[in-house]
Design a protein around this ligand. Structure first.
Ligand code: TYM
Length: 332
């Protein structure tokens, strides 16, 4: 059976990149896979989070999943910290993965910045926890945006080394699923930076909670160049901001970049931006309405997460039991 695992960090400012690069693809994959979707709160605290905000953000991400079309009855939706086996397996992987592997992770370098000595140990070991998330359920496929590719390569290395070290054929070698026209949505202010929850400028991203006016304003203010829109993908070379906005349009309208170029060939950005804003509002507003409705009933969201966690724990239990046996822990 092919199984999907994927997750989103509850660090606030859930944005269009998370939706187009990940969540929307998950919704579609539900038809063909057995899916586990996780709000990864243990990953979130690798950078300090205000505790009350963290709880609110966990619920907000869960509401966004459901509002986008994740079915928590057919599939599993839960938050990571409710299943302690994630931490247990992550520890074992801390002992399998090599310092050199983690030293090469570009996300650590970006997030730690210049002051690496002051970064948390958790931030450094983060990819091992991610490998544990996936392999705890022996997931075979992981749908993510492009920025997670390197972490998934590390997950494959960890699985392979564990299998070699213990002479077993236990963990699967996972396949990333990176698809759609918007696998890397860029900042609206700078076409060379990815759209990110942590960008200081709110104008850099479209948040899942932005209202229609905010969406239109941010798109109107988005950086562009003075040329009109090109006729084809080739004309987007060295025009990162234009490529980004067209990519977003293609993602939202479920069409190809070339098709969008053909439709808007020669148009000025002012015109294209109006159409893009209308499209973004049309796609996002029903999701936002549903998110708001769900968030009114906190106990309902908490109960979905708790039930999801119980089901996730049940899937993980025999796998962790076997891992502990393989490693040589005494049976409790
Ligand atoms: P996170 O929370 O940063 O992002 C969640 C998902 O959104 C995708 N994404 C983007 N896609 C396109 N354009 C963007 N600008 C953009 N920004 C984010 C991400 O690729 C991701 O799919 N480490 C992960 C969370 C995680 C995880 C896992 C994922 C923890 N354990 C196990 C898969 C499997 C992260 O920080 O995602």
């Amino acid at each position: 059976m092919n199984r999907i695992f994927s997750g989103v960090q509850p660090t606030g400012n859930l944005h269009l990149g998370n939706y187009l690069g990940a969540i929307r693809n998950w919704v579609r994959l539900q038809a063909d896979y057995d899916c586990i979707f996780c709000v990864v709160d243990m990953h979130a605290i690798t950078l300090w989070q205000d505790p009350a905000q963290l709880r609110a953000h966990v619920r907000e991400v869960a509401a966004a999943f459901i509002a986008s079309g994740i079915d928590p009855e057919k599939h599993i939706l839960f938050n990571q910290s409710m299943v302690p086996a994630h931490a247990e397996l992550a520890w074992i992987f801390n002992c399998v993965a090599r310092m050199g592997w983690l030293n090469r992770m570009t996300q650590f370098k970006d997030k730690a910045g210049k002051n690496r000595e002051n970064a948390s140990v958790g931030l450094f070991a983060y990819p091992n926890l991610m490998a544990a998330d996936i392999l705890l359920y022996k997931a075979t496929h992981v749908p993510v945006g492009e920025d997670q590719k390197q972490h998934l390569e590390l997950t494959r290395d960890v699985a392979q080394k564990f299998n070699n070290d213990y002479k077993v054929d236990f963990f699967p070698i996972v396949e990333p699923l990176i698809f759609g026209a918007a696998t890397r949505v860029m900042s609206l202010r700078d076409g060379s930076k990815k759209m990110s929850k942590s960008d200081e400028s709110d104008y850099s991203r479209i948040n899942m909670t932005d209202d229609a006016d905010a969406i239109a304003l941010k798109i109107r203010k988005a950086k562009t160049d003075p040329e009109p829109l090109p006729e084809s993908t080739a004309g987007l070379e060295r025009r990162p901001e234009a490529a980004n906005l067209i990519g977003i349009y293609a993602g939202l309208s479920d069409s190809g970049v070339d098709e969008v170029c053909r439709r808007f060939a020669g148009s000025p950005f002012s015109e294209f931006k109006k159409e893009l804003a209308d499209l973004a509002v049309a796609v996002l507003s029903p999701i936002q309405d549903e998110m708001r409705r769900l968030m009114k009933d906190q106990t309902q969201i908490d109960s979905v997460l708790r039930q999801g966690a119980e089901r996730a724990a049940a899937v993980a239990a025999p796998i962790v039991r076997e891992v502990k046996e393989i490693v040589g822990y005494l049976r409790p």
